[in-house]
Design a protein around this ligand. Sequence first.
Ligand SMILES: C[S@@+](CC[C@H](N)C(=O)[O-])C[C@H]1O[C@@H](n2cnc3c(N)ncnc32)[C@H](O)[C@@H]1O
Length: 565
Amino acid sequence: MSLYYDAVSVLTEPATGGSFKSRIYSARNLRAAPAQVYALIIEASKWDRVLADVIEHADLLSLERKLTPLLALLLVHDHLLKKNGIAAPAAHPLRQAVERHKVRLKAEFSKARVRRGCASVEQFKAAILREKREAGGTDQFVYPRWVRINNICTTLEDQMRTTFSDYRKVETIAELAPCSDDRKAQRLLYLDPNIPDLIAVPYGADFTSSPAYKNGEIILQDKASCFPAYLLLGDRGPSDAWEGDLVDGCAAPGNKTTHMASLLAKQGHQQKKRKARNQIFSMDASAMRSKTLQKMVSQAGTDSVVTVLPGQDFLALDHTDPRFENVSGLLLDPSCSGSGIIGRDDVPQLILPQPAASKNAKPQGKKRKRRDDDHPETRQQPSPSTASTTNTSPSDENDIPVGAIDHERLIKLSSIQARIVEHALGFPKATHVTYSTCSIHLIENEAVVARILHSEIAQQRGWRLLRRDEQPAGLRKWNHRGVRQDRGVETDVKAADAPSVDLSDEALDACVRCWSGDAEGLGGFFVAGFVRDPQSASATSLVGDSKTEREEQVDEEDEWAGFSD
Ligand SMILES: C[S@@+](CC[C@H](N)C(=O)[O-])C[C@H]1O[C@@H](n2cnc3c(N)ncnc32)[C@H](O)[C@@H]1O
């Protein structure tokens, strides 16, 4: 019986870091085998609509008051669909609570199958998976698995000859949509037109045991997360290779750091000839997350290019420190509300039968998708992508959006975000800076950009936005650009007070956006680039600014409690 209790606790406890699967496999409090718990949840989630119907029609929850909706669904799944039935002794009270109703349950299950015109359980399963996709809209919007080729140790051509040799190229992301239960079997591949060396494959594809993944030749990184490094380093070649050192100020787990290293490697022929190689200083204020960063840097083979500064607060970095005197480019991807992160199929959102008490209030058999507040036992936080596909979760690095987002919190976040970018603008030789978030909120995106452009440091030193026509080719043709007003977001702000941003059309066109729920297969994301003419200002006036920043930081100490360690 521990299998079912474990599955219930996994589904109801708040999500912490890591993917759903990795959380189960690393959980210390499970008594059943993690593989069994995971398999039960995944299988039951495929059948949830049917099982909820069967349980409601059999009146199981009214007749067996000990069963909660979630426990009932898991038990009935095994009772009806597992060869050996419920994994508990025959005399166990909960097993008996289900088996007492076996005739009714079986009859309702058969009725549901026949209603769909299916002759076998296999046909039935295919039909309900189709229904699920249609209901979830996932037949229209495809969220693929994104794979970035790591130019430090391989090339796209090499990978096409090896890891992807038996994959068939398709022309659109829509063709990566799952069309059967077995998504892993579909060896389809889409070459991304915006980001060089980026591939999309069907979401179910698993590379974690492939040599290319283990050797760091391929990195699982969402497309939007590749925008900042590409915007910063662009399509440079041997003749105009990047000059100077780079900083990734908010770097863990390290996707964008290793992407910068990979882009530099593409221009690397130059580096061999030069005495001084470009260095990347990569840091994270969280000591714990810096360990992941260091691990990722090593796994990607970038140790010789990247210097990790563990536990380093970017705002405390001294502009006059000789180590940073050649820093010309900085990438800032600070903590944000995470409101652009899509749940995808990480934590299954189960449709449950109605609990006995509320059932009489509604016509029998009517079902709706349960909201979290209907059933405390299903309360769970959305999980990533993916993000992060490098076995880290945006929940580690950003706030997790649950329902409406607190406006006060957004204001605090945006103020730190702006301070972080303004600090970046003060490095004496800096000429290029990118700012990104996985938030969909104007206040964390375009509004931060406007605030930065108006800042004293930006004005003094001649910083401006990198215009669309100056952006790398792949981003120039990306059509989702900055917005003047929030779109489809849920906050506690009244419509009349909703902010709008004072940026010119050209400035908005310089901002790059991604949205979930369209044909691009991404979550919400934002990135903008800032540039300056190196001749346009001196660095001397900046030392005083940085002291003030540190003083301000003490005032806002409560913000720093947000780190996960
Ligand atoms: C969105 S995550 C970064 C993800 C990372 N860029 C990647 O692509 O893998 C934000 C990170 O910024 C770090 N952070 C926030 N404020 C910071 C600061 N002032 N200095 C350094 N790191 C900071 C957080 O600890 C968190 O790990």
